[in-house]
Write a protein that binds this ligand. Structure first.
Ligand code: FAD
Length: 816
């Protein structure tokens, strides 16, 4: 049975009146952040805990630790977390009860085996120590397991377990060694911002003023957020694990047994003293306290409900019979907090100054160290050292309401050990945001996906009944339909909805100067468009944006839809007083027309002269198309002649009707995101979050070609240094000699058996009829013509690095 420890030395201490940073919440996450801040130099850091440390979910965790995560950078941070435990134990003198036993991920069918092959491939370039072992070896390492249920297992040296309370205390005490302070029995009851941006945090022991505050409220993250009008879409979920009585085979085993996860049975297990611990994520999750966590919830556990997990237990007793035969000593049902996609929500909260959060950390003992490291880097250095987009609180916008959060967090709980395939769209929380075209496109056969809460068409079937596909790693039934869309665009004209692009509006006398400083590329003159990277002070990519100058003092930037809140946070940070900024993404919907006949189509829809001479590549106009007011950009992401037509949402339906009508005799066809992704591959154009991300700089990604070196811009010094040193790795486009399956992303790229890079994106390039990919490889391997290999589901396929776009290399079609 988990126990709660206490530390009376911190209960009566006098609270300081000021600190650089106040952390609210003394669970494993808050304590890890305190530790990292103090270690990296912010010693004037104070943590407030309403009760004893670990008084939320931390005290009753199962304490299992492992490295695998769907996101490679989270895996890296999980590996860092596990390595950190020895350090904090030594520094604090407080035992973390660490057992590094190694652990296995068990595949009981071919699909799970395939999934693990993908994980193994990631581990190759991440440098993680993972290897496949046979079912026979599984049984040798863990005699309680019946190997007949398994195909194979992925073994990871780093996995194991620890004492959750001990680990939390070790973080807190190690933080103290570095000079930080924590106060137990000191609840934060109110947070109020002063005009200078600092925060007053009220407690029964007085008010403490801090430059920054961090919400690490765990089970109470929502309530701490409410103090500031912040509605976090996180949800505590009930969760069970059991501990058996003594099992002789465990007690007599010469070494501690390895930890394990069986995906199909949806269980995790490990040795606990002389018995076993087994936990499961049941298929129907139970959200806990949807209306809010009571402040008086103490060190309580919830009533176990065996019926809920009975079928999981049955399956696990077949696979590990000794657990079924042993008596159950303890059954734990405890709540812990999930976020909508299962990953933590951390970082500076968009729209708030000096307010940070680290909430929804559902695997605090696997991830707490990495979250602490990242938060400390972000707060002290201004940016994390690796791309933590998968954990960034800004990946959710106002669509992520508390209700939506409960639905998605529950879905995520239920899918904790359920595989998500590359072509899979998750069913819950859908239709949160739609455009006026939604029903129209669905009626035409659109298979919809969702991005940043907004529904968008992935591909078009022959009708609504035909718009389905099975989740798979291989090419799926959308393949031929996507080919049809690509053909329409390459040979005639197609249209795609572009509501899901972000739009950022800047106005004012200082707007041009501000953008010139903030963006690394050229800021266009009125009536023109440019493409530019945006860099961090350390020279990392932080955006690739199209800049539209509507007038000398009026600009709209078009960029990644999912990054819109992160970019808003970025822009609002240092906005001068003579510039106004607004995220206007929801104010502009639209349609992009692409294809050799797109000009003919446009000409039928506008009274303007849109001839090649009058309306050139990268021109823009505020005009009328299809009888509605629009911003018309001559630009395209398909690599064809094309136009982006942006209108207010209330005009979108009219515009679409006009386009369809005028396009009927030109071979017009709607196309979806998959066709667009296929066409941009043929041009070797990267996309944000996959090929372009803050793990890379402008030189590595090739975005340096858009830089205006003659001006000063954020990140210039770092980029000049990177240019002078030369990149260690480079983004390349490749063709792959493979049939029936394509890369998705994160596969290893190899040279002579050694990993030299990884795939950032890829798929089938329908027009050229080849499987293609983009990825980062060490610079010597980036030379055109280099022969490499790419690992897809455990098989190696030959790949060749391209020197120029495989389609329309000099861009003649686009500029036509
Ligand atoms: C049954 C179970 C099994 C689990 N097994 C594992 C596992 O094997 N491995 C793993 O990695 N994770 C596991 N977890 C998850 C893990 O427990 C959580 O991820 C982790 O505890 C989250 O830590 P936290 O610091 O974010 O939140 P919490 O532990 O909830 O801490 C929040 C703290 O904030 C304090 N607080 C809240 N409001 C205020 C306020 N206003 N003022 C001051 N203090 C405040 C609370 O008292 C609390 O101490 C398990 C969880 C459960 C329930």
């Amino acid at each position: 049975m988990p126990e709660i420890q206490s530390d009376t030395s911190t209960t009566t201490k006098k609270l300081p009146s000021h600190a650089k940073v106040v952390i609210i919440g003394g669970g494993v996450v808050g304590c890890s952040i305190l530790y990292h801040l103090a270690k990296f130099g912010w010693k004037d850091a104070v943590l407030l805990e309403r009760d004893e440390l670990t008084s939320g979910s931390s005290w009753h965790a199962a304490g299992q630790i492992h490295t695998i995560s769907s996101d490679p950078n989270i895996s890296r941070l999980q590996s860092y977390t596990i390595d950190l435990y020895k350090e904090i134990e030594e520094l604090s003198g407080h035992s973390v009860g660490l057992h590094i036993t190694g652990g296995f991920y068990l595949a009981s069918n071919k699909t799970w085996y395939d999934y693990l092959k993908r994980e193994r491939s990631k581990a190759r370039y991440m440098g993680l120590n993972q290897e496949f072992i046979s079912p026979k070896e599984v049984a040798e390492r863990h005699p309680l397991i019946d190997p007949s249920h398994y195909h194979a297992a992925l073994w990871d040296d780093q996995d194991g377990d620890l004492d959750p309370s001990g680990a939390t205390y070790a973080f807190a005490k190690a933080a103290k060694v570095h000079g930080a302070q924590y106060f137990t029995h000191t609840p934060a009851t109110a947070t109020k911002q002063r005009p200078d941006g600092s925060w007053d945090v009220t407690t029964p022991k007085g008010v403490i003023n801090a430059e920054h505050i961090v919400n690490c409220g765990g089970l109470w993250a929502r309530e701490v957020g409410h103090m500031q009008g912040l509605n976090l879409p996180v949800q505590p979920m009930e969760h069970h694990y059991l501990i058996t009585e003594k099992i002789d085979a465990v007690a007599n085993h010469p070494t501690r047994l390895p930890a394990g996860i069986d995906y199909e049975a949806n269980i995790y297990f490990r040795q606990e003293r002389q018995g076993m611990l087994l936990g499961t994520y049941e298929p129907k999750g139970t959200p806990w306290k949807v209306g809010g966590t009571p402040w008086d919830f103490g060190h309580e556990l919830l009533q176990p409900d065996l019926d809920r997990i009975a079928d999981r237990l049955e399956m696990s007793f077949e696979r590990i019979p000794a657990i079924g035969e042993a008596g159950i000593k303890d059954m734990i049902n405890g709540p812990f907090t999930f976020g909508p996609d299962g990953n933590p929500m951390i970082g500076p909260v968009p729209g708030m100054k000096n307010y940070w959060c680290a909430v929804g950390v559902m695997a605090g003992f696997c991830q707490g160290g990495g979250v602490g490291l990242t938060m400390a880097e972000w707060m002290i250095d201004g940016e994390p050292s690796i791309d933590v987009w998968a954990m960034d609180v800004a990946r959710f916008g106002d669509f992520a309401t508390p209700d939506w959060g409960t639905v998605k967090s529950t879905e995520n709980y239920e899918r904790r050990f359920v595989m998500t395939f590359p072509n899979e769209t998750l069913p819950k929380g859908r239709m949160q945001k739609t455009t006026a075209l939604h029903d129209r496109l669905v009626a035409k056969g659109a298979r919809m996906g969702q991005s940043f809460g907004l529904e968008n068409a992935l591909w078009f079937a022959d009708g609504p009944e035909d718009a389905h596909e099975d989740p798979t790693f291989e090419r799926n039934r959308s393949h031929d339909y996507v080919a049809r869309e690509v053909k329409a665009v390459r040979e005639a004209v197609g249209g795609i909805e572009i509501a899901n692009f972000a739009k950022h509006e800047f106005k004012g006398a200082g707007a041009r100067a501000y953008l010139n400083r903030t963006l690394a590329g050229y800021v266009p003159k009125p009536g023109r468009l440019t493409l530019t990277p945006m860099l961090t002070p350390k020279g990392k990519l932080y955006g690739d944006l199209t800049v539209a100058s509507l007038s000398e003092e009026h600009f709209i930037l078009f960029g990644s839809g999912t990054m819109q809140e992160a970019h808003r946070r970025w822009f609002e940070k240092d906005l001068p007083s003579d510039v106004t900024y607004a995220n206007v993404s929801d104010d502009w919907h639209g349609i992009a027309l692409s294809g050799p006949k797109s000009r003919d189509l446009l000409a039928k829809l506008t009274r303007d002269d849109v001839s090649a001479e009058a309306f050139k590549f990268r021109d823009l106009r505020q005009t009328y198309v299809g009888g509605v007011p629009v911003i018309l950009n001559r630009i395209s992401f398909s690599g064809e002649l094309g136009y982006e037509i942006y209108c207010k949402p209330q005009y979108l339906l009219r515009l679409a009707e006009a386009v369809e009508e005028a396009g009927a005799d030109l071979g017009y066809r709607w196309y979806g995101a998959r066709a667009l992704m296929s066409m941009r591959l043929e041009k070797g154009w990267g996309v944000w979050a996959l090929d372009f991300r803050p793990d890379f700089n402008a030189v590595e990604s090739g975005m340096d070609v858009f830089i205006n070196w003659k001006k000063d811009f954020v990140g210039k010094d770092a980029t000049l240094a990177a240019r002078d040193t030369g990149p260690k790795q480079k983004l390349v486009t490749m063709t792959i000699d493979v049939d029936g399956i394509d890369v998705s992303n994160d596969e290893a790229i190899l040279q002579d058996g050694a990993a030299v890079g990884y795939i950032s994106s890829g798929g089938y390039a329908h027009h050229v009829g080849k499987s293609m990919a983009m990825g980062y490889v060490t610079s010597p391997n980036a030379e055109p013509g280099t022969q490499l290999q790419v690992e897809i589901l455990g098989e190696l396929y030959d790949a060749e690095v391209l020197g120029a776009p495989i389609y329309d290399a000099n861009g003649a079609n686009m500029r036509a």
